[in-house]
Design a protein. Structure first.
Length: 94
């Protein structure tokens, strides 16, 4: 099982959104993934992110590749994980 996959909930560890949780929407290549908060929920904008700047959590939701922010929000509500994504997390320092 790959650690970083579509639907995996992660914590951003670098940049202005560090400490915020996001959801992997697409794996671009071995170095980059497309993530979203969605912005209305956790404040994380939909953007390309280096995999070295995110930390995967144990939580995963059922998503299709390239899901829209609305689909991500519905999937989070369906699995009752909106509160977990909304809460800030402390990233582990390396």
């Amino acid at each position: 099982m790959p650690a970083i996959e579509v639907g995996r909930i992660c914590v951003k560890t670098a940049g202005r959104e560090a400490g915020s949780k996001c959801v992997v929407v697409d794996v671009i290549d071995s170095n980059y993934v497309l993530v979203t908060g969605p912005r209305s929920l956790s404040g994380v904008k939909r953007r390309r992110t280096n995999v070295k700047h995110i930390e995967p959590t144990q939580d995963k939701i059922d998503l299709k590749k390239d899901a829209t922010d609305e689909e991500v929000l519905k999937a989070l509500e369906k699995t009752k994980k909106t509160a977990a994504v909304k809460a800030e997390a402390k990233p582990k320092l390396k």
